[in-house]
Design a binder for this molecule. Structure first.
Ligand SMILES: [Fe+2]
Length: 383
């Protein structure tokens, strides 16, 4: 049997085919967009995992949001525990942030966090309550979603001025998903930060207690830490290595708790016997801290080796050159500089210039050559 198509049938068939082709095209577009979104969200989840720095988390959230949507601006606002709203990050021209700083922006952020879910505000210029203020700031439309609304560090992810058309429910859902992923990480990062601050506070108080044993060493550990951190940063240490330098610097003289005050405070040069006692402080410090597993490695090395000299004439072990762990050589420079420039019972602190000259002369014998010269250059740049 043959099928004969009339002209009209043929035309209809062509139209159907064309429609189907268009639908297929649209479907493939929707699918590929959905795939892009999924990929981005998956990447985001991967990258967020293990992030414990709030600034990095919000940066990632804003960055991914910007990739997903075509709008003028995106920002994350965070609420301080005292209740003050701050812009944690914003991608837009600097003057465009003004509306977020205004009480209008803050009140929107507050209401989003309070209601615990996101909202779309299209056609803001026609809004009965906010029309004039929105027009004043040039904010035509907004989508805002809460970040970590039940946590300690609450926030809002907000995007505004979509380039084409109105914000749709799908976009709100997408932003809510990003915010849900990011919010939990912000809470962990916040709790981690609190713990870290408490820990640092305790270590810092311990350092002050040691320095307070003698009025001549007041503030010594904190100053040595600052000098060591400056040098370490100049050497390009990583964030984690800087943390180690920080803690090791604060704790380097902790062993002085085992040195009698009469020796620490003696208004004159020490006798041989007194020196022997004084020289035990790196080992005493090591003994005090060695059972704390988290201090193993560079932190303990700094405590034990900050009085070694590269020519082998230091203590407690008389190690030479690169046998002395880097952090020991680094703290030795910072410690030497602070000791020289601070007052002692039997002499006044020397001028910075003089101390830098001694460091230069001792580069390669008392101190690691590269570290000492680098420190001198660094201090001279600061003058
Ligand atoms: Fe020391």
């Amino acid at each position: 049997m043959s099928i004969s198509l009339t002209e009209k049938d043929w035309q209809r068939l062509q139209e159907e085919l064309q429609k189907a082709r268009l639908e297929a095209q649209q479907l493939s577009l929707v699918l590929s967009e959905a795939w892009d979104e999924l990929t981005l969200l998956y990447d985001l989840a991967e990258q967020l995992r293990g992030l414990l720095d709030i600034q990095k988390v919000v940066h990632l959230i804003a960055e991914r949001t910007r990739e997903l949507m075509d709008m003028e601006g995106v920002a994350v606002m965070l609420k301080e525990p005292e209740g003050e709203w701050n812009i944690a990050i914003a991608f837009c021209s600097p003057d465009r942030e003004e509306w977020l700083r205004a009480s209008w922006g803050k009140s929107i952020a507050d209401s989003i966090v309070r209601q615990g879910k996101g909202t779309i505000l299209n056609d803001l210029f026609d809004h009965p309550r906010w029309g004039s203020i929105a027009a004043a700031f040039g904010i035509a439309n907004i989508v805002a979603v809460p970040l970590n609304p039940k946590g300690h560090m609450q926030g809002v992810l907000v995007v505004w001025n979509k380039r084409q058309g109105d914000w749709m429910a799908g976009e709100l859902k997408l932003l809510s998903t990003i915010a849900a992923q990011g919010g939990g990480v912000i809470e962990s990062a916040y709790l981690f930060q609190q713990l870290q601050e408490t820990f640092h506070g305790t270590i810092s108080a311990l350092a002050s207690a040691v320095d307070a044993k003698s009025r001549w060493t007041a503030g010594h550990s904190h100053r040595v830490t600052q000098f060591a951190l400056q040098l370490a940063a100049d050497l390009g240490f990583t964030e984690q290595e800087l943390q180690q330098v920080h803690l090791s610097g604060l704790l380097h003289d902790i062993g002085k708790v085992g040195v009698p005050d009469a020796i620490l405070d003696k208004p004159g040069p020490l006798s041989d016997e007194e020196w022997t006692t004084m020289k035990r402080h790196p080992v005493i410090g090591y003994e005090i801290l060695k059972n704390i597993r988290q201090f193993h490695g560079p932190i303990l090395d700094g405590v034990l080796y900050h009085h070694e000299r590269v020519d082998g004439k230091g203590y407690p072990l008389g190690l030479k050159g690169k046998d002395i762990p880097l952090i020991g050589r680094l703290l030795s420079v910072a410690d030497g500089f602070d000791a020289m420039t601070s007052d002692r019972p039997y002499r006044a602190g020397m001028p910075v210039e003089k101390a830098l000259q001694i460091l230069t002369e001792g580069a390669g014998t008392q101190w690691d050559r590269e570290l000492a010269l680098r420190f001198v250059a660094l201090q001279k740049r600061k003058e």
